[in-house]
Write a protein that binds this ligand. Structure first.
Ligand code: OAD
Ligand code: ZN
Length: 312
């Protein structure tokens, strides 16, 4: 079965719902033989692709000054920047994270809310949760971290944000859509559960119940990626194109548990040729040991300062 899945998409999430948490086998490439990372319970990097890891043994031990020197040196040429964000970047806007204290997955069961099977079983329950989330995101404001990332985009020669967040706070902070990839989808898109029809959901159009596709009549669903589903291939392609064009001088990973192997993979590949890899997160993650710099502070405090350092 894995072989079959792997042929369809380069990255695939797979969940094993029988355990206390989730296990994820993240596959890169056409067959199991070429997978990059096996991430178990989001905690350990059980196996990695050799060539990637050899390059970065405990790079965080290097000094911060050295880090910034490298970044400064790169400023004189073309500075390519990759920023990867997760739920932690929106935490200070009042949007709950998933796995943190008070995170969604601490109290709610993702199997009942964020899988295609859950939607097939009880679409109304799933929609209720997503409508509530839409509502709280609409009432939230971008914070200083979103603002700093938008400023960094302006200061960089080339910039890409890969966000796992389905909210629109990066965009509302001023980042253009072409500068970002929402790799887990967009909560404000409503798409057909069967065909390719989709639409942006305006607030006034939002109503209770499950709407039906005007093209094929199937139930409409939120435009996000659920557990067990492949990542959107168009969005993967945008990330891959950016990574393949040139290495990045600066890679910043903010507010994510880096549970998914592709997040670690992209961060390492982008910074592979001597780029700085900065993690902003109050807590340790599986990515921490590869970072050249660790900033153990909340994003809204750390990022404005960091962006100032990098762009002044
Ligand atoms: P998680 O909830 O797994 O992790 C949030 C991370 O943010 C943790 O590492 C926290 O330590 C960190 N954090 C909390 N507050 C912070 C702050 N103020 N500043 C900086 N960091 C902070 O969220 P993600 O890693 O984004 O998928 O989760 C990945 C995916 O799993 C999500 O996109 C979601 C979820 O299931 C979907 O729903 C499709
Ligand atoms: Zn349809």
């Amino acid at each position: 079965m894995f072989d079959q899945l792997c042929k369809q998409r380069p990255y695939f999430w797979f969940n094993f719902p029988d355990s206390a948490g989730f296990n994820f086998l993240v596959v890169h490439g056409a067959s199991l033989a070429s997978f990059n990372f096996l991430v178990v319970h989001g905690a350990s990097l059980a196996s990695g692709h050799g060539s990637r890891n050899i390059n970065c043994p405990n790079r965080w031990q290097y000094s911060v000054a050295a880090d910034l020197e490298i970044a400064a040196a790169r400023r004189s040429s073309v500075v390519r920047v990759l920023v990867i964000t997760g739920a932690g970047v929106s935490a200070e806007s009042g949007i709950p994270t998933f796995r943190g204290k008070d995170g969604y997955w601490r109290n709610l069961d993702p199997i009942k809310l964020a899988t295609p099977e859950a939607f097939a079983r009880d679409p109304e329950l799933v929609w209720q949760w997503y409508r509530e989330r839409r509502h709280s995101i609409r009432n939230a404001q971008p914070n200083a971290a979103h603002g700093a990332i938008a400023s960094l985009a302006q200061g960089a020669d080339e910039f890409l944000l890969v966000t796992q967040n389905v909210d629109d706070l990066h965009e509302r902070a001023g980042l253009a859509k072409r500068e970002m990839v929402q790799i887990h989808g967009d909560i404000f898109v409503t798409k057909c559960s069967r065909c390719d029809f989709e639409q942006e959901q305006e607030q006034e159009q939002e109503r209770n119940g499950v709407t039906r596709c005007t093209k094929c009549g199937a139930p409409m669903r939120p435009g996000v990626v659920w557990f067990g589903e492949p990542l959107p291939s168009r969005e993967i392609e945008r990330v891959e194109n950016y990574l393949q064009r040139d290495p990045c001088g600066v890679v910043i990973v903010v507010g994510t548990t880096a549970t998914f192997g592709y997040i670690i993979d992209w961060a390492l590949r982008a910074s592979h040729h001597g780029g700085v890899l900065i993690e902003v997160n109050p807590e340790e993650t599986p990515l921490s040991r590869f970072a050249t710099r660790l900033v153990r502070e909340p994003a809204a405090i750390a990022l404005p300062r960091l962006v100032d350092e990098l762009t002044s």
